[in-house]
Design a protein around this ligand. Sequence first.
Ligand code: NAD
Ligand code: WQD
Length: 342
Amino acid sequence: MTQKILVTGGTGYIGSHTVVELQNAGYEVIVVDDLSNSSKDVLDNIETISGKRPAFEQFDLADAAKTDEFFVRNQDIAAIIHFAASKAVGESVQIPLHYYRNNLVSLMNILDCQRKYKIANLVFSSSCTVYGQPDKLPVTESTPRKDAESPYGNTKRVNEDILNDSIKAYPELKGIALRYFNPIGAHPSALIGELPLGVPQNLVPFITQTAAGLREGLSVFGDDYDTPDGSAIRDYINVVDLAKAHVVAIARLLENKNKASYEVFNLGTGNGYSVLEIVKGFEKATGVKLNYKIVPRRAGDIEKIWADTTYANEELGWKAEVGLEETLLSAWNWEKRVRGIQ
Ligand code: NAD
Ligand code: WQD
């Protein structure tokens, strides 16, 4: 029988790519999203790519009554991937209570329903933000977590603890926290991708919007870091590669291949690239010249981080495959399609 997977936040950036990969792997998908940071049109594009339209329900998972009412009707869900969250770091400093309520309460509502309706398995979207600036690079899953720089980052750390503590207390639950490094790029079809509301805060959407003429120029935040070219280093991972890791994590839970009831994996490429290398890589991949200037560091930014992916590679049998330039080109093709650029 086809197994049914609930994808919360499934019309969002990473969620939509994961829905496609789950469908390609033969799972039936139901999406829950309140559309606070995405649009229903995404469902049409998912259907065009996969040939299958996921079931969809629009409501706020921080609403306990609505969440319960959903699970009453969907007790046949085999596993959940919980992407739904508010994710803008700067905004989380301005409206922390919204972030804590939305991100923490949603997870707790889901865990309550998992217990009540006997749904064992959860995959949770965590972030490399839990490591802060690590003392040693690359970071492994046992690198100590640090105090978060923002309320958003803190919600990831606390949610990991909520999940871990719940699994310890309630043996019927199992979970995997996936710590994403920097997801970038879009589906090769250019039908789904990242569509930030307002001015993009993240590097690659700012680059593609600059190339598309929506922004005058990119500000490179800092060239005085202790890195080879002075700009900050991150581990940028292709979003389709990232999506595929979720399919592996779901199979691991459903097939009881997990080694512990709560597991954590780093999802990155293992390679660090500087901001200036990303700019150059984008220009090389697309042939588009970028207008950019160096400006002072952005408050709260870390200097450098990249993942040790050994554990994910060996234990999940998953590896990031798409190269940086191909990924940057996919981001540009998506931006061009959205803006109607030939
Ligand atoms: P996104 O904003 O594109 O997707 C999240 C989706 O969740 C949106 O469609 C939004 O409408 C929905 N949502 C938010 N709150 C909700 C609620 N209370 N009820 C129902 N739906 C709700 O974000 P994304 O980039 O796809 O990120 C997905 C997950 O991965 C998030 O948990 C995010 O924190 C995490 N993450 C993202 C990154 C990144 O750089 N994009 C890095 C690390 C971790
Ligand atoms: C990457 C690099 C910037 C924009 C954030 C969150 C983190 C995670 C991923 C969810 C940095 C530089 C950026 C620009 C620039 N999200 N930059 N000019 O800061 O690594 O991580 O998103 O969990 O929690 O903090 O990603 O894309 O914002 O920045 O020079 O206009 O690009 O300074 O060095 P970041 P980013």
